[in-house]
Design a protein around this ligand. Structure first.
Ligand code: IMP
Ligand code: MG
Length: 176
């Protein structure tokens, strides 16, 4: 299969939107410390760019779950691969995700995290594909709504590749 990439959201637009989100979140959490939880590995670029722009105190932790095989469609099965390093009880948690597709990953994860008694828990995602939702997930801070296409870059991968692209691209697969 031949892989071609077209630009969906250029780097400047992504970073401009992240700045807006950081401003909004910093205002909403004024006087508090925000505990950002990045979902590995896709959210790594987003979580760093967002954290750099926050004007309130930030702590960070990471966890890793899998809902995907090596293809482009969710399996609906969520596996916890790496748990958080620290407890979140009493903390103001912001879960940071790269993309919400079916919502299977996040609905599992949010239930799991809520049971650990954080003071509050909110969700931000860089990208949202609402058309594909199977489970209801409330998004507090959304970067961009995108159509039902397979996207890569800014942390998002196709078979572990393309995460390092500095923009959001659409992946096109065609016969050679
Ligand atoms: P969900 O459980 O279907 O919501 O899938 C969420 C996860 O699937 C995301 O955290 C991504 O890792 C992955 N994913 C969903 N859509 C895409 C895409 O278009 N490109 C790359 N990864 C995706
Ligand atoms: Mg992910």
């Amino acid at each position: 299969m031949k892989e071609t990439v077209s630009i969906l959201i250029p780097q400047e637009k992504v970073e401009e939107r992240i700045q807006q989100l950081a401003d909004e979140i910093s205002r909403d959490y004024a006087g508090k410390t925000i505990h950002m939880i990045g979902i590995l590995k896709g959210s790594v670029f987003f979580v760093c760019e967002l954290a750099k722009r926050m004007t309130i105190p930030v702590t960070m932790d990471f966890m890793s779950v899998s809902s995907y095989g090596s293809g482009t469609r969710s399996t609906g099965v969520v596996k916890l691969i790496k748990d958080l390093d620290d407890p979140i009880e009493g903390k103001d948690v912001l879960v940071v995700e790269d993309i919400i597709d079916s919502g299977n990953t996040l609905s599992y994860l949010l239930e799991n995290l809520k049971s650990r008694k954080p003071a509050s828990i909110k969700l931000t995602t860089l990208l949202d594909k609402p058309e594909r939702r199977e489970k209801d997930v409330y998004v507090d801070y959304q970067g961009f709504q995108i159509p039902d296409e397979f996207v890569i870059g800014y942390g998002l991968d196709y078979d572990q590749r393309y995460r390092n692209l500095p923009y959001i691209g659409v992946m096109h697969l065609s016969e050679e």
